[in-house]
Design a binder for this molecule. Sequence first.
Ligand code: ZN
Ligand code: ZN
Length: 84
Amino acid sequence: MIHIPRLPIPTETRAAVLARAAGGCERCGMRYKLELHHRHYDSQGREVPDDLLALCRVCHEAEHRDRLGHFWADPVAMAKAWGM
Ligand SMILES: [Zn+2]
Ligand SMILES: [Zn+2]
């Protein structure tokens, strides 16, 4: 398991991502409780809206699973491992 230190997402970035999503998942459009997904962890604590996606639970889960169904905390590490 990769250790990912969690720094809080800047309040204004969080608000901007949720505003961009306008209440719907940015993958499937489902209007359900949204979770913020990090596309990468290079900018922790100083994220900008482009670093994040507002996703429903199902799409968020899918972003962290490889084709064998294994969970990866860091989607960038998963992409590297799979040569993507
Ligand atoms: Zn979704
Ligand atoms: Zn995520």
